[in-house]
Ligand binder design. Structure first.
Ligand SMILES: *[C@@H]1O[C@H](CO)[C@@H](O)[C@H](O)[C@H]1NC(C)=O
Ligand SMILES: *[C@@H]1O[C@H](CO)[C@@H](O)[C@H](O)[C@H]1NC(C)=O
Length: 493
Protein backbone atom coordinates (compact mmCIF):
# COMPACT_ATOMS: atom_id res chain seq x y z
CA UNK A 1 0.00 0.00 0.00
CA UNK A 2 2.76 2.44 0.93
CA UNK A 3 4.43 1.98 -2.45
CA UNK A 4 1.16 2.68 -4.19
CA UNK A 5 0.65 5.89 -2.23
CA UNK A 6 4.16 7.11 -3.07
CA UNK A 7 3.71 6.39 -6.78
CA UNK A 8 0.49 8.35 -6.70
CA UNK A 9 2.10 11.29 -4.91
CA UNK A 10 4.91 11.40 -7.46
CA UNK A 11 2.42 11.51 -10.28
CA UNK A 12 0.87 14.55 -8.64
CA UNK A 13 4.26 16.27 -8.21
CA UNK A 14 5.10 15.75 -11.87
CA UNK A 15 1.73 17.16 -12.77
CA UNK A 16 2.59 20.34 -10.92
CA UNK A 17 6.00 20.69 -12.49
CA UNK A 18 4.99 20.43 -16.15
CA UNK A 19 2.32 22.34 -17.97
CA UNK A 20 2.26 25.77 -19.48
CA UNK A 21 4.12 27.31 -16.58
CA UNK A 22 2.70 30.78 -17.12
CA UNK A 23 1.81 31.01 -13.45
CA UNK A 24 -1.93 31.36 -14.14
CA UNK A 25 -4.94 29.31 -13.06
CA UNK A 26 -3.26 27.72 -10.06
CA UNK A 27 -6.88 27.24 -9.03
CA UNK A 28 -9.71 27.09 -11.60
CA UNK A 29 -10.39 30.48 -13.18
CA UNK A 30 -13.57 32.33 -12.21
CA UNK A 31 -15.42 35.05 -14.07
CA UNK A 32 -18.15 35.69 -16.59
CA UNK A 33 -18.65 35.05 -20.33
CA UNK A 34 -21.52 36.41 -22.42
CA UNK A 35 -22.11 33.43 -24.72
CA UNK A 36 -24.66 31.27 -22.86
CA UNK A 37 -27.19 34.05 -22.33
CA UNK A 38 -26.39 36.59 -25.04
CA UNK A 39 -24.56 34.89 -27.92
CA UNK A 40 -23.54 37.49 -30.50
CA UNK A 41 -25.33 40.35 -28.75
CA UNK A 42 -22.10 41.96 -27.53
CA UNK A 43 -21.16 45.60 -27.00
CA UNK A 44 -19.04 47.99 -25.02
CA UNK A 45 -21.99 48.91 -22.82
CA UNK A 46 -22.68 45.25 -22.05
CA UNK A 47 -19.12 44.80 -20.78
CA UNK A 48 -19.29 48.07 -18.88
CA UNK A 49 -22.59 47.29 -17.16
CA UNK A 50 -21.59 43.71 -16.45
CA UNK A 51 -18.28 44.73 -14.89
CA UNK A 52 -20.06 47.25 -12.71
CA UNK A 53 -22.51 44.59 -11.50
CA UNK A 54 -19.72 42.11 -10.82
CA UNK A 55 -18.15 44.67 -8.49
CA UNK A 56 -21.33 46.08 -6.90
CA UNK A 57 -22.93 42.71 -6.21
CA UNK A 58 -19.78 41.52 -4.42
CA UNK A 59 -19.09 38.85 -7.03
CA UNK A 60 -15.61 40.18 -7.81
CA UNK A 61 -14.63 39.92 -4.17
CA UNK A 62 -15.93 36.40 -3.84
CA UNK A 63 -13.56 35.45 -6.70
CA UNK A 64 -15.07 36.15 -10.14
CA UNK A 65 -12.39 38.31 -11.75
CA UNK A 66 -12.31 37.55 -15.51
CA UNK A 67 -14.76 39.34 -17.83
CA UNK A 68 -14.64 37.32 -21.05
CA UNK A 69 -15.95 38.64 -24.35
CA UNK A 70 -16.92 35.75 -26.64
CA UNK A 71 -17.45 35.66 -30.44
CA UNK A 72 -18.75 38.42 -32.77
CA UNK A 73 -16.57 41.35 -31.69
CA UNK A 74 -14.47 41.78 -34.84
CA UNK A 75 -14.75 43.63 -38.15
CA UNK A 76 -12.27 41.49 -40.07
CA UNK A 77 -8.61 42.12 -40.94
CA UNK A 78 -6.95 45.30 -42.09
CA UNK A 79 -4.49 45.48 -45.01
CA UNK A 80 -1.58 44.44 -42.79
CA UNK A 81 -3.49 41.39 -41.66
CA UNK A 82 -4.39 42.55 -38.14
CA UNK A 83 -7.84 41.99 -36.64
CA UNK A 84 -9.99 45.11 -36.19
CA UNK A 85 -12.56 45.52 -33.46
CA UNK A 86 -16.08 46.38 -34.61
CA UNK A 87 -16.29 50.10 -33.78
CA UNK A 88 -20.08 50.12 -33.96
CA UNK A 89 -20.16 47.67 -31.07
CA UNK A 90 -17.04 48.99 -29.29
CA UNK A 91 -16.91 52.71 -30.14
CA UNK A 92 -14.11 53.51 -27.67
CA UNK A 93 -11.90 50.79 -29.13
CA UNK A 94 -10.85 47.55 -27.49
CA UNK A 95 -7.89 49.03 -25.55
CA UNK A 96 -10.18 51.45 -23.78
CA UNK A 97 -12.68 48.71 -23.06
CA UNK A 98 -9.86 46.70 -21.47
CA UNK A 99 -8.69 49.75 -19.49
CA UNK A 100 -12.13 50.30 -18.04
CA UNK A 101 -12.33 46.67 -16.97
CA UNK A 102 -8.85 46.83 -15.40
CA UNK A 103 -9.77 49.99 -13.50
CA UNK A 104 -12.52 48.01 -11.76
CA UNK A 105 -9.99 45.48 -10.49
CA UNK A 106 -11.08 42.91 -13.08
CA UNK A 107 -9.29 41.09 -15.90
CA UNK A 108 -10.25 41.01 -19.57
CA UNK A 109 -10.72 37.93 -21.74
CA UNK A 110 -11.08 37.69 -25.52
CA UNK A 111 -12.09 35.01 -27.99
CA UNK A 112 -10.96 33.56 -31.29
CA UNK A 113 -10.98 30.24 -33.11
CA UNK A 114 -8.19 27.94 -34.35
CA UNK A 115 -9.91 27.96 -37.72
CA UNK A 116 -10.31 30.07 -40.83
CA UNK A 117 -13.44 31.49 -39.22
CA UNK A 118 -14.85 31.69 -35.70
CA UNK A 119 -17.98 29.69 -34.92
CA UNK A 120 -20.18 32.70 -35.77
CA UNK A 121 -18.18 33.10 -39.02
CA UNK A 122 -15.98 36.08 -38.19
CA UNK A 123 -12.29 36.07 -39.13
CA UNK A 124 -10.48 33.18 -37.41
CA UNK A 125 -6.89 32.97 -36.21
CA UNK A 126 -5.64 29.82 -37.97
CA UNK A 127 -2.35 30.74 -39.69
CA UNK A 128 -2.63 34.29 -38.25
CA UNK A 129 -1.62 33.33 -34.74
CA UNK A 130 1.34 35.71 -34.31
CA UNK A 131 -0.54 38.75 -35.55
CA UNK A 132 -3.58 37.96 -33.46
CA UNK A 133 -1.69 37.21 -30.25
CA UNK A 134 0.02 40.61 -30.70
CA UNK A 135 -3.35 42.32 -31.09
CA UNK A 136 -4.76 40.64 -27.98
CA UNK A 137 -1.64 41.63 -26.01
CA UNK A 138 -1.71 45.22 -27.34
CA UNK A 139 -5.35 45.61 -26.43
CA UNK A 140 -4.57 44.42 -22.89
CA UNK A 141 -6.25 41.01 -22.88
CA UNK A 142 -5.46 38.73 -19.95
CA UNK A 143 -7.20 35.62 -21.26
CA UNK A 144 -7.91 33.92 -24.58
CA UNK A 145 -10.75 31.47 -25.19
CA UNK A 146 -9.71 29.62 -28.32
CA UNK A 147 -12.43 27.75 -30.21
CA UNK A 148 -12.40 24.94 -32.76
CA UNK A 149 -14.72 25.90 -35.63
CA UNK A 150 -13.69 25.83 -39.31
CA UNK A 151 -10.36 24.13 -38.63
CA UNK A 152 -10.02 23.12 -42.29
CA UNK A 153 -9.72 19.44 -41.47
CA UNK A 154 -6.71 19.88 -39.24
CA UNK A 155 -7.87 17.40 -36.64
CA UNK A 156 -8.24 13.64 -36.34
CA UNK A 157 -5.23 12.70 -34.23
CA UNK A 158 -4.04 14.10 -30.90
CA UNK A 159 -0.82 15.27 -32.58
CA UNK A 160 -2.57 17.28 -35.29
CA UNK A 161 -4.85 19.03 -32.79
CA UNK A 162 -2.03 19.55 -30.28
CA UNK A 163 0.15 21.20 -32.94
CA UNK A 164 -2.65 23.45 -34.15
CA UNK A 165 -3.36 24.71 -30.61
CA UNK A 166 0.32 24.95 -29.67
CA UNK A 167 0.96 27.58 -32.38
CA UNK A 168 -1.27 30.03 -30.52
CA UNK A 169 0.22 29.14 -27.14
CA UNK A 170 3.70 29.89 -28.51
CA UNK A 171 2.45 33.13 -30.09
CA UNK A 172 0.94 34.26 -26.78
CA UNK A 173 4.13 33.37 -24.98
CA UNK A 174 6.23 35.43 -27.38
CA UNK A 175 4.15 38.53 -26.70
CA UNK A 176 5.48 38.44 -23.13
CA UNK A 177 2.02 39.22 -21.77
CA UNK A 178 0.67 36.50 -19.49
CA UNK A 179 -2.70 35.36 -20.82
CA UNK A 180 -4.75 32.53 -19.44
CA UNK A 181 -5.09 30.15 -22.40
CA UNK A 182 -8.46 28.41 -22.48
CA UNK A 183 -8.82 25.72 -25.16
CA UNK A 184 -12.26 25.13 -26.55
CA UNK A 185 -11.86 22.09 -28.79
CA UNK A 186 -14.74 20.18 -27.20
CA UNK A 187 -12.58 17.26 -26.04
CA UNK A 188 -11.71 16.26 -29.62
CA UNK A 189 -8.59 14.16 -30.12
CA UNK A 190 -8.34 13.32 -26.41
CA UNK A 191 -7.57 16.88 -25.23
CA UNK A 192 -7.48 15.63 -21.65
CA UNK A 193 -4.23 13.79 -22.50
CA UNK A 194 -2.34 16.80 -23.91
CA UNK A 195 -4.20 20.00 -22.96
CA UNK A 196 -2.19 20.54 -19.77
CA UNK A 197 1.07 20.84 -21.74
CA UNK A 198 -0.05 23.95 -23.63
CA UNK A 199 -3.10 25.40 -21.90
CA UNK A 200 -4.61 26.41 -18.57
CA UNK A 201 -7.92 24.69 -19.28
CA UNK A 202 -9.50 22.59 -21.99
CA UNK A 203 -13.14 21.99 -22.82
CA UNK A 204 -13.95 18.29 -22.66
CA UNK A 205 -17.41 18.21 -24.26
CA UNK A 206 -19.69 19.90 -26.72
CA UNK A 207 -21.43 23.10 -25.60
CA UNK A 208 -23.61 23.01 -22.52
CA UNK A 209 -27.27 24.02 -22.72
CA UNK A 210 -29.70 25.06 -20.04
CA UNK A 211 -31.07 21.63 -19.16
CA UNK A 212 -30.22 19.33 -16.28
CA UNK A 213 -30.80 15.96 -17.92
CA UNK A 214 -32.60 16.20 -21.27
CA UNK A 215 -30.80 14.20 -24.00
CA UNK A 216 -30.54 16.01 -27.35
CA UNK A 217 -29.46 14.71 -30.74
CA UNK A 218 -27.03 17.60 -31.12
CA UNK A 219 -25.07 16.19 -28.21
CA UNK A 220 -25.02 12.61 -29.36
CA UNK A 221 -21.89 11.49 -27.55
CA UNK A 222 -22.53 10.27 -24.05
CA UNK A 223 -19.03 8.91 -23.44
CA UNK A 224 -16.07 11.01 -24.53
CA UNK A 225 -13.64 8.13 -23.96
CA UNK A 226 -15.41 6.29 -26.79
CA UNK A 227 -13.35 6.74 -29.99
CA UNK A 228 -16.56 6.74 -32.03
CA UNK A 229 -17.61 9.93 -30.29
CA UNK A 230 -16.94 12.06 -33.36
CA UNK A 231 -19.50 14.80 -32.90
CA UNK A 232 -19.17 16.54 -29.54
CA UNK A 233 -21.91 18.92 -30.69
CA UNK A 234 -23.92 21.31 -28.58
CA UNK A 235 -27.02 21.04 -26.38
CA UNK A 236 -25.19 18.95 -23.79
CA UNK A 237 -27.02 18.68 -20.46
CA UNK A 238 -25.35 19.00 -17.07
CA UNK A 239 -25.72 15.25 -16.56
CA UNK A 240 -24.28 14.42 -20.00
CA UNK A 241 -21.16 16.49 -19.30
CA UNK A 242 -20.68 15.09 -15.82
CA UNK A 243 -20.94 11.54 -17.15
CA UNK A 244 -18.31 12.27 -19.80
CA UNK A 245 -15.75 13.84 -17.47
CA UNK A 246 -16.07 11.01 -14.94
CA UNK A 247 -13.52 8.92 -16.89
CA UNK A 248 -10.77 11.53 -16.59
CA UNK A 249 -11.74 13.83 -13.75
CA UNK A 250 -8.30 13.12 -12.28
CA UNK A 251 -6.54 15.08 -15.07
CA UNK A 252 -7.37 18.36 -13.33
CA UNK A 253 -4.25 19.90 -11.82
CA UNK A 254 -2.99 23.31 -10.68
CA UNK A 255 -2.41 25.29 -13.88
CA UNK A 256 -4.56 23.04 -16.11
CA UNK A 257 -8.23 22.14 -15.67
CA UNK A 258 -10.98 20.12 -17.33
CA UNK A 259 -13.43 22.79 -18.56
CA UNK A 260 -17.04 21.62 -18.24
CA UNK A 261 -18.20 24.82 -20.04
CA UNK A 262 -19.73 28.04 -18.76
CA UNK A 263 -22.40 27.99 -16.05
CA UNK A 264 -26.10 28.13 -16.87
CA UNK A 265 -27.09 29.28 -13.35
CA UNK A 266 -29.69 32.02 -13.71
CA UNK A 267 -30.66 31.38 -17.32
CA UNK A 268 -34.07 29.97 -16.45
CA UNK A 269 -34.09 26.42 -17.83
CA UNK A 270 -33.45 24.60 -14.56
CA UNK A 271 -34.95 24.59 -11.09
CA UNK A 272 -33.16 26.13 -8.13
CA UNK A 273 -32.13 22.66 -6.92
CA UNK A 274 -30.80 21.75 -10.38
CA UNK A 275 -28.74 24.94 -10.53
CA UNK A 276 -27.32 24.20 -7.07
CA UNK A 277 -26.38 20.71 -8.26
CA UNK A 278 -24.81 22.11 -11.45
CA UNK A 279 -22.77 24.65 -9.48
CA UNK A 280 -21.69 22.11 -6.84
CA UNK A 281 -20.47 19.61 -9.43
CA UNK A 282 -18.58 22.24 -11.45
CA UNK A 283 -16.86 23.44 -8.26
CA UNK A 284 -15.90 19.96 -7.04
CA UNK A 285 -14.77 18.79 -10.50
CA UNK A 286 -12.50 21.86 -10.64
CA UNK A 287 -14.06 23.27 -13.78
CA UNK A 288 -13.52 26.94 -14.46
CA UNK A 289 -16.49 28.81 -12.93
CA UNK A 290 -17.57 31.30 -15.57
CA UNK A 291 -21.00 32.72 -14.94
CA UNK A 292 -23.08 32.53 -18.12
CA UNK A 293 -26.13 34.57 -17.15
CA UNK A 294 -27.02 38.13 -18.09
CA UNK A 295 -25.88 39.97 -14.96
CA UNK A 296 -27.88 43.07 -15.89
CA UNK A 297 -30.88 41.25 -14.45
CA UNK A 298 -29.24 39.11 -11.82
CA UNK A 299 -31.81 37.62 -9.44
CA UNK A 300 -31.34 37.16 -5.71
CA UNK A 301 -31.66 33.40 -5.99
CA UNK A 302 -28.94 33.22 -8.66
CA UNK A 303 -26.69 35.47 -6.60
CA UNK A 304 -27.04 33.26 -3.52
CA UNK A 305 -25.98 30.21 -5.52
CA UNK A 306 -23.06 31.92 -7.25
CA UNK A 307 -21.74 33.56 -4.08
CA UNK A 308 -21.72 30.56 -1.72
CA UNK A 309 -18.18 30.74 -0.29
CA UNK A 310 -18.32 27.25 1.23
CA UNK A 311 -18.79 25.77 -2.26
CA UNK A 312 -16.35 28.14 -3.97
CA UNK A 313 -13.73 27.16 -1.37
CA UNK A 314 -13.93 23.61 -2.76
CA UNK A 315 -13.28 24.94 -6.27
CA UNK A 316 -10.40 27.13 -5.10
CA UNK A 317 -8.90 24.54 -2.74
CA UNK A 318 -5.09 24.75 -2.91
CA UNK A 319 -4.65 20.99 -3.22
CA UNK A 320 -6.17 21.30 -6.70
CA UNK A 321 -7.61 17.81 -6.98
CA UNK A 322 -10.95 16.95 -8.54
CA UNK A 323 -13.55 14.71 -6.98
CA UNK A 324 -13.87 11.27 -8.54
CA UNK A 325 -17.05 9.28 -9.03
CA UNK A 326 -17.11 6.33 -6.70
CA UNK A 327 -20.60 5.01 -7.42
CA UNK A 328 -23.13 5.18 -10.23
CA UNK A 329 -26.49 3.50 -9.80
CA UNK A 330 -28.66 3.36 -12.92
CA UNK A 331 -31.33 1.12 -11.48
CA UNK A 332 -33.49 3.95 -10.11
CA UNK A 333 -36.66 5.90 -10.98
CA UNK A 334 -36.46 7.76 -14.32
CA UNK A 335 -37.46 11.36 -15.01
CA UNK A 336 -39.73 12.51 -17.85
CA UNK A 337 -36.89 12.09 -20.35
CA UNK A 338 -36.32 8.48 -19.32
CA UNK A 339 -33.11 9.54 -17.58
CA UNK A 340 -32.42 8.58 -13.98
CA UNK A 341 -29.37 7.78 -11.93
CA UNK A 342 -27.77 8.25 -8.55
CA UNK A 343 -24.10 9.05 -8.14
CA UNK A 344 -21.64 9.52 -5.29
CA UNK A 345 -18.56 11.71 -5.79
CA UNK A 346 -15.70 12.11 -3.35
CA UNK A 347 -12.37 13.87 -3.29
CA UNK A 348 -9.49 15.06 -1.15
CA UNK A 349 -9.23 18.68 0.00
CA UNK A 350 -6.58 20.76 1.73
CA UNK A 351 -5.61 19.70 5.26
CA UNK A 352 -7.00 16.17 4.99
CA UNK A 353 -10.61 17.26 4.58
CA UNK A 354 -12.80 15.39 2.12
CA UNK A 355 -15.68 16.65 -0.04
CA UNK A 356 -18.61 14.34 -0.77
CA UNK A 357 -21.45 14.94 -3.22
CA UNK A 358 -24.57 12.81 -3.19
CA UNK A 359 -26.19 13.42 -6.60
CA UNK A 360 -29.81 12.43 -7.09
CA UNK A 361 -30.44 12.63 -10.84
CA UNK A 362 -33.33 10.17 -10.53
CA UNK A 363 -37.01 10.86 -11.14
CA UNK A 364 -37.93 10.98 -7.44
CA UNK A 365 -36.53 11.82 -4.01
CA UNK A 366 -34.22 9.14 -2.64
CA UNK A 367 -32.13 8.15 0.33
CA UNK A 368 -28.48 7.93 -0.60
CA UNK A 369 -25.89 6.44 1.66
CA UNK A 370 -22.14 6.24 1.30
CA UNK A 371 -19.86 4.40 3.70
CA UNK A 372 -16.45 5.71 4.74
CA UNK A 373 -15.04 2.72 2.87
CA UNK A 374 -16.56 4.09 -0.35
CA UNK A 375 -15.79 7.72 0.41
CA UNK A 376 -12.09 6.91 0.85
CA UNK A 377 -11.89 4.25 -1.87
CA UNK A 378 -9.21 6.19 -3.70
CA UNK A 379 -7.00 6.21 -0.61
CA UNK A 380 -7.06 2.42 -0.51
CA UNK A 381 -9.65 -0.21 -1.47
CA UNK A 382 -11.49 -2.68 0.76
CA UNK A 383 -11.38 -0.57 3.94
CA UNK A 384 -7.58 -0.35 3.80
CA UNK A 385 -7.56 3.47 3.87
CA UNK A 386 -6.64 4.76 7.36
CA UNK A 387 -9.44 7.33 7.08
CA UNK A 388 -12.08 4.58 7.36
CA UNK A 389 -11.11 4.06 11.00
CA UNK A 390 -11.36 7.75 11.89
CA UNK A 391 -14.28 9.76 13.23
CA UNK A 392 -15.50 12.56 10.92
CA UNK A 393 -17.45 15.75 11.43
CA UNK A 394 -19.91 16.49 8.64
CA UNK A 395 -20.44 20.04 7.37
CA UNK A 396 -23.30 20.86 5.00
CA UNK A 397 -21.96 23.28 2.37
CA UNK A 398 -25.38 24.61 1.38
CA UNK A 399 -26.92 25.03 4.85
CA UNK A 400 -25.60 28.60 5.23
CA UNK A 401 -26.66 29.78 1.77
CA UNK A 402 -27.28 33.50 1.96
CA UNK A 403 -30.88 34.54 2.53
CA UNK A 404 -32.51 35.75 -0.71
CA UNK A 405 -33.94 38.81 1.07
CA UNK A 406 -30.43 39.99 2.02
CA UNK A 407 -29.21 39.33 -1.52
CA UNK A 408 -32.11 41.39 -2.87
CA UNK A 409 -31.13 44.31 -0.62
CA UNK A 410 -27.60 44.15 -2.00
CA UNK A 411 -28.92 44.15 -5.56
CA UNK A 412 -31.21 47.11 -4.80
CA UNK A 413 -28.65 49.14 -2.81
CA UNK A 414 -27.91 52.70 -3.90
CA UNK A 415 -24.38 53.88 -3.33
CA UNK A 416 -21.23 52.50 -1.81
CA UNK A 417 -22.02 53.35 1.78
CA UNK A 418 -25.21 51.34 1.85
CA UNK A 419 -23.50 48.49 0.03
CA UNK A 420 -20.57 48.21 2.38
CA UNK A 421 -22.96 48.24 5.34
CA UNK A 422 -24.93 45.39 3.75
CA UNK A 423 -21.79 43.39 2.98
CA UNK A 424 -20.78 43.69 6.64
CA UNK A 425 -24.22 42.60 7.82
CA UNK A 426 -24.15 39.67 5.42
CA UNK A 427 -20.69 38.67 6.71
CA UNK A 428 -19.57 38.52 3.07
CA UNK A 429 -16.48 36.44 2.36
CA UNK A 430 -13.99 38.83 0.75
CA UNK A 431 -11.45 36.81 -1.23
CA UNK A 432 -9.77 40.03 -2.35
CA UNK A 433 -8.79 40.63 1.28
CA UNK A 434 -8.23 37.02 2.27
CA UNK A 435 -7.64 34.38 -0.41
CA UNK A 436 -9.40 31.05 -0.13
CA UNK A 437 -6.05 29.49 0.67
CA UNK A 438 -5.58 31.85 3.64
CA UNK A 439 -9.19 31.41 4.70
CA UNK A 440 -8.85 27.63 4.67
CA UNK A 441 -5.64 27.79 6.69
CA UNK A 442 -7.46 29.89 9.26
CA UNK A 443 -10.50 27.56 9.14
CA UNK A 444 -12.75 30.54 8.41
CA UNK A 445 -16.26 29.44 9.38
CA UNK A 446 -17.81 30.85 6.20
CA UNK A 447 -15.79 28.34 4.16
CA UNK A 448 -16.72 25.38 6.33
CA UNK A 449 -20.49 25.41 6.00
CA UNK A 450 -22.66 24.22 8.88
CA UNK A 451 -21.82 21.30 11.14
CA UNK A 452 -24.68 18.83 11.03
CA UNK A 453 -23.31 15.68 12.66
CA UNK A 454 -20.61 13.08 12.78
CA UNK A 455 -19.73 9.77 11.16
CA UNK A 456 -18.36 7.13 13.54
CA UNK A 457 -15.32 5.06 12.52
CA UNK A 458 -16.43 2.53 9.91
CA UNK A 459 -19.76 4.35 9.56
CA UNK A 460 -21.75 5.92 6.72
CA UNK A 461 -23.35 9.10 5.51
CA UNK A 462 -27.02 8.50 4.92
CA UNK A 463 -29.19 11.36 3.63
CA UNK A 464 -32.44 12.04 1.90
CA UNK A 465 -31.74 13.88 -1.35
CA UNK A 466 -34.47 15.57 -3.36
CA UNK A 467 -34.89 14.64 -7.01
CA UNK A 468 -32.56 16.51 -9.41
CA UNK A 469 -30.50 17.85 -6.58
CA UNK A 470 -27.34 17.29 -4.55
CA UNK A 471 -26.24 17.26 -0.96
CA UNK A 472 -22.67 18.49 -0.63
CA UNK A 473 -20.54 17.94 2.47
CA UNK A 474 -17.10 18.73 3.81
CA UNK A 475 -15.81 15.99 6.11
CA UNK A 476 -13.27 16.96 8.78
CA UNK A 477 -11.37 14.36 10.73
CA UNK A 478 -11.83 14.57 14.48
CA UNK A 479 -8.54 12.81 15.16
CA UNK A 480 -5.33 12.36 13.25
CA UNK A 481 -6.65 12.84 9.73
CA UNK A 482 -5.15 15.46 7.55
CA UNK A 483 -1.56 14.54 8.15
CA UNK A 484 -1.24 12.44 5.03
CA UNK A 485 -1.32 15.37 2.60
CA UNK A 486 1.53 17.27 4.18
CA UNK A 487 3.71 16.03 1.30
CA UNK A 488 1.53 17.79 -1.24
CA UNK A 489 1.48 20.77 1.07
CA UNK A 490 5.19 21.27 0.55
CA UNK A 491 4.79 21.47 -3.19
CA UNK A 492 1.63 23.47 -3.65
CA UNK A 493 0.25 25.11 -0.53
C1 LIG B 1 -13.29 43.57 -0.26
O1 LIG B 1 -12.06 44.13 0.11
C2 LIG B 1 -11.59 45.15 -0.76
C3 LIG B 1 -10.19 45.52 -0.29
O2 LIG B 1 -10.20 45.87 1.06
C4 LIG B 1 -12.56 46.30 -0.74
O3 LIG B 1 -12.12 47.31 -1.63
C5 LIG B 1 -13.94 45.79 -1.19
O4 LIG B 1 -14.89 46.82 -1.12
C6 LIG B 1 -14.39 44.63 -0.31
N1 LIG B 1 -15.59 44.05 -0.90
C7 LIG B 1 -16.66 43.63 -0.23
C8 LIG B 1 -17.73 42.96 -1.00
O5 LIG B 1 -16.78 43.78 0.96
C1 LIG C 1 6.60 31.63 -21.65
O1 LIG C 1 7.04 30.29 -21.42
C2 LIG C 1 8.04 30.18 -20.41
C3 LIG C 1 8.50 28.75 -20.39
O2 LIG C 1 7.45 27.87 -20.13
C4 LIG C 1 7.47 30.65 -19.09
O3 LIG C 1 8.46 30.57 -18.09
C5 LIG C 1 6.97 32.08 -19.24
O4 LIG C 1 6.35 32.49 -18.04
C6 LIG C 1 5.98 32.20 -20.39
N1 LIG C 1 5.62 33.58 -20.59
C7 LIG C 1 4.38 34.01 -20.75
C8 LIG C 1 4.21 35.45 -20.97
O5 LIG C 1 3.41 33.27 -20.75
Amino acid sequence: MAALHIAFALAIFTGNAIGVNNGLARTPQMGWNNWNSLGCDVSESLLHDTSKTIVDSGLRDVGYNYVVLDDCWSAGRDEEGFLQEDLDKFPSGMSNVANEIHKKGLLFGMYSSAGEMTCARYAGSLDWEENDAKSFANWGADYLKYDNCYHMGRFGTPKISFDRYKVMWDAINSTGRPMLYSLCNWGEDYTHTWGMSIANSWRMSGDIYDSFSRPDDLCSCTDASNPHCIAPGSHCSVLNIVNKVAAYADRAQPGGWNDLDMLEVGNGGMTDEEYKAHFSLWAALKSPLLMGNDLRDLSASSLTILNNPAVIAVSQDPLGRSVARIRRDLNVAKDKYGVGEIQVWSGALYDGDQVVILLNAAGEDARISASLEEIFLHEGPESSAPQVKEEWEVYDLWANRMDNAIAQKILDAQGEEELSKLFKEANWYNATEMSYKEGLKKKDQRLMGKKIGKIAPGGSLDKKVKRHSVEMYRLKSVGQGGKRYKMHAKEEL
